[in-house]
Design a binder for this molecule. Structure first.
Ligand SMILES: Nc1nc2c(c(=O)[nH]1)N[C@H]1C(S)=C(S)[C@@H](COP(=O)(O)O)O[C@H]1N2
Ligand SMILES: [Mo]
Length: 529
């Protein structure tokens, strides 16, 4: 074969990678979206990268961290594939060995995911085989731009040739050869995109949104108390008292949302119990349901952050299931385990102390949205989500804190995660145009399961002024507060602090979100003209 330019060789490598990734997708329709190589490798990265790197990623990309991860994985792969193409143009087996190494990574990633079986190796294997085929076609087969082998002219009998022509590089390839190669690249990439998107679409159709639509939630035996008039101050920049389901913050390690069929879903309550239980979704729905407003909060919420939301949850008290299962003495931890292997560890005592800890099936009057844990999740008032709010939950295992570390604990987060008292200024915001005169300062404050007694605001390190608290449904939700500020022209600093019902005022000391939640007073700088 004639030599081709590096650019062409790199293009061949990238095309082969696209074919591998794209053709793996339809295979993953059969074996599940988490076995698709890009997602499997991304998931492995999520579970294994050091915590500071992940924090950096979240800080930089915010809630787009997952897309950012997939895109950067894809870009890294493209770079590697380009290099492989260049190597393969010299020796085809270099490229094939590189593809085999990538396939091994994809297989390893797919097989080490929770609940994986041998079939999960298929997408990476099929993709790699077709990617290798594409590489061969482009670099050592009929799509090569110069398929007529260039062979050095035999030494003439008349003596050594002096002006032996050197092999031509890319630019002087026959034009019909270039056309053939580039058409091949285009066709293969097109096929990769079509199978990739098609497979992705099919996988989506195999999702559980239809099953979710079909769920008829029972009426609660114990309905939620009505939201008192005035609980919501209805200010434009202030978070509503009940957070709309669409837009409710979402935090989890799942690169693809687990699709759990309620017909095959099972919950096992097992481990250190005298009486293990197993429930189907129908069994769960047949039990008396409780409906409660509970404000969920993420330990990764920065001071002033919005990883918090209040919803009306419908579900079965976890306490009742534990009473039936009869935990053994010393089983001080209940490990909630998701279908994707994620775990959280909740103190058994907290789940049995009478608070409304729920195995929830409904959110704001509808079945749980798939990304919020359909068909069943845990909701525990007073604890951060990472130690209590297991989505797509399928097991409650009784164990002890000494015997088992849940997902985030070996990654540097505290095993115990009670929510810290916090408050936030929602209005005004730094860029608002303010004019001198009365300005409404308002926000939310929370100390779930203890309740908020007092919220205070101060301006420019002046005296603390007590804000007015709006009524709440219960101590398990946040509260809206407001204060009328007689604003004067100039730059000002607004600060807020809350005191919980135990009389404990939130500390001024700034602490990072890890290991057990941020502290400090939310501070907003504004300009009044
Ligand atoms: N299966 C699973 N459940 C999970 C998580 C997760 O990563 N996987 N994250 C937890 C965390 S850290 C939080 S804050 C809450 C967020 O719940 P939401 O996404 O419904 O707001 O879910 C919790 N439940
Ligand atoms: Mo969280």
């Amino acid at each position: 074969m004639g030599a081709i330019s590096r650019g062409y060789a790199a293009l061949a490598g990238i095309t082969a990678a696209a074919v591998a990734i794209g053709t793996a997708e339809p295979v993953a329709v059969l074996t599940g979206p988490r076995s698709a190589p890009l997602v499997a490798v991304g998931g492995l990265v999520v579970d294994t990268v050091p915590e500071p790197v992940k924090q950096f990623g979240i800080a930089v990309f915010g809630t787009y961290d997952k897309i950012a991860l997939l895109v950067s994985t894809a870009l890294l792969l493209a770079g590697f594939a380009a290099l492989l193409g260049v190597l393969a143009a010299r020796r085809l087996w270099f490229g094939l060995a590189g593809i085999a190494a990538l396939a091994a990574l994809g297989v390893a990633a797919a097989l080490t995911r929770a609940g994986a079986d041998a079939a999960d190796a298929l997408p990476a294997l099929v993709g790699a085989a077709l990617g290798a085929l594409a590489l061969r076609l482009l670099l050592a087969g009929p799509l090569h731009p110069d398929p007529w082998p260039w062979t050095p002219p035999a030494e003439s009998k008349e003596g050594p040739l002096v002006n032996t022509p050197l092999p031509t590089r890319g630019p002087s390839l026959p034009p019909e050869g270039r056309r053939r190669f580039l058409t091949g690249v285009g066709a293969l990439t097109g096929a990769a995109v079509v199978t990739g998107l098609g497979g992705h679409w099919l996988a989506g159709r195999r999702g559980v949104s239809a099953a979710r639509q079909a769920v008829a939630l029972p009426a609660p035996a114990s309905p939620a108390p009505a939201v008192p008039a005035g609980a919501d101050l209805s200010l434009s920049q202030l978070a509503p008292y009940v957070s709309p389901t669409f837009g409710f913050y979402r935090i989890d390690t799942a690169l693809v949302v687990p699709q759990v069929d309620p017909d095959t879903w099972r919950l096992r309550v097992h481990g250190r119990v005298r009486n293990p239980i197993e429930l189907s979704f129908a069994d769960l729905l047949a039990r008396p349901m409780v409906e409660r407003y509970v404000t969920l909060a993420c330990v990764s919420n920065e001071v002033g952050g919005d990883l918090i939301g209040n919803a009306r949850w419908l579900g079965v008290p976890i306490r009742e299931l534990l009473d039936e299962a009869q935990p053994e003495k010393g089983a001080d931890q209940v490990v909630g385990r998701s279908v994707d292997g994620w775990t959280c560890g909740t103190p058994t005592a907290v789940l049995r102390d009478g608070r409304d800890a729920l195995l929830a099936v409904g959110m704001n009057g509808e079945p749980l949205p798939v990304e919020h844990g359909f068909p069943v999740r845990m909701v525990v008032p007073g604890l951060y989500g990472y130690v209590s709010a297991c989505k797509w939950v399928t097991e409650l295992e009784l164990t002890s804190f000494a015997d088992f570390d849940a997902y985030w604990v070996p990654r540097g987060w505290s095993a115990q995660g009670p929510i810290k008292t916090q408050s936030r200024i929602d209005t005004p915001r730094p860029r608002n145009r303010l004019t001198a005169g009365p300005v409404t300062v308002a926000g939310v404050a929370w100390a779930q399961h203890r309740g908020i007694r007092r919220v205070e605001v101060r301006v420019d390190d002046g005296p603390w002024r007590e804000a007015t608290l709006a009524p709440v449904v219960s101590v398990d939700t946040w509260v809206q507060w407001s204060w009328q500020w007689p604003a004067t022209t100039g730059e000002h600093t607004l600060q807020v602090r809350a005191t919980d019902a135990d009389g404990e005022t939130q500390t001024e000391r700034r602490q990072r979100v890890d290991p057990d939640g941020a502290t400090g007073w939310h501070t907003v700088r504004v300009t009044v003209r």
